[in-house]
Design a protein around this ligand. Sequence first.
Ligand SMILES: CC(C)(COP(=O)(O)OP(=O)(O)OC[C@H]1O[C@@H](n2cnc3c(N)ncnc32)[C@H](O)[C@@H]1OP(=O)(O)O)[C@@H](O)C(=O)NCCC(=O)NCCS
Length: 365
Amino acid sequence: MIAKGLEGVTAAETGISHIDGAKGHLVYRGQWAKDLALHHTFEEAAYLLWHGTLPTPDQLAELHEDLVQQRRLTPELRRLLDALPRSTPLMSALQCAVSSLAGDESAWPPTRWQALQLTALLPVITAYRYHQLSGTPWDEENHGEMGHAAHYLFLLFGRPATPAQIRAMNAYMVLAMEHGLNASTFAARVVASTESDIYSAVGAAIGAMKGPLHGGAPTGVIRLLDAIGAPDQAEPVLRAMLERGERLMGFGHRVYKTRDPRAEALRDVCAGLAGGDPWLDLAVHTERTAIRLLAEYKPGRELYTNVEFYAAAVMRAAGMPASLFTPTFTAARIVGWTAHVLEQAAGNRIYRPQSLYTGVMPSAT
Ligand SMILES: CC(C)(COP(=O)(O)OP(=O)(O)OC[C@H]1O[C@@H](n2cnc3c(N)ncnc32)[C@H](O)[C@@H]1OP(=O)(O)O)[C@@H](O)C(=O)NCCC(=O)NCCS
């Protein structure tokens, strides 16, 4: 029996996260991901995934300090990124930069310090490449008082983001941090299982994330929100789409057959910021209308909002073009990848599944 795509196959034991699609559960190391997104920072959730417990105030202060120290583009990284052709996509540039960090002394086993270094650096590399490609000025001032999400937005836009944008981005990054044995996390664990270094494992994960079936930008949702434009247009636009038999982008999910806890949490954050940003307001109103109309047009199908819907709204509210969606997802998921690499190393066995030969055999002589 072949499990195509390894569907239904359990390939690792993990203490990092638990997903129950039927119940709409997402747990990070014994804590509801939703609660973490609503009440904790990116740094606290990252500490939890790497260490297994939430940090004490002293541990949190130390983590913040270490991230601030590491979030600098070294001259070597800058030269490397400058040398890449303009045609190199942002995700591929990230992959090159991450691979270049490997050194003889960094081979095996992977360390939490390396996890932290990669987490600090991905937003900086992304922002530098973004400015390089868009021809906008690069301001590398390191505002040590800014948290991880706020500093990422500052690097991208050269000015402090609003409190609403920071809060929404923080919640998104916590919820996008980890999601079990998805393709990119599995890729990272497979590479780590060969006792290769963490930079190679994360490079492989970035390659997997680049694929449209995994980290593809939720451009369909942006198109939907653009077509609606203002809250009072939600009902006529959505109704017309459903009348034409079209699917509403950002609704329905293959795994979650109830409300996606990540979408729920982001909705709560966005609704709590009502009036803070027109994009978040439009998203909250559109969701409410869409759920009502989906129940009317598709009764019994249990169609709810998926995480892509609010991910798109949060990134759009922060002013991000679509080209930054997948790199931003990556800047969040790096925490899950590195936690899995550390876990793989702690109880390693090289991955070696079987394949079934379907070719011809040599003719008998
Ligand atoms: C995500 C998705 C592929 C999951 O599909 P699925 O669980 O296999 O569900 P199905 O494709 O079998 O659809 C079941 C029914 O619900 C309807 N449906 C599912 N998602 C819908 C949506 N977003 N809008 C309108 N109708 C939808 C289907 O038309 C189908 O109706 P029918 O029974 O009358 O034929 C699907 O919900 C979808 O296409 N969503 C929109 C795209 C999207 O948001 N993608 C991002 C996902 S992370």
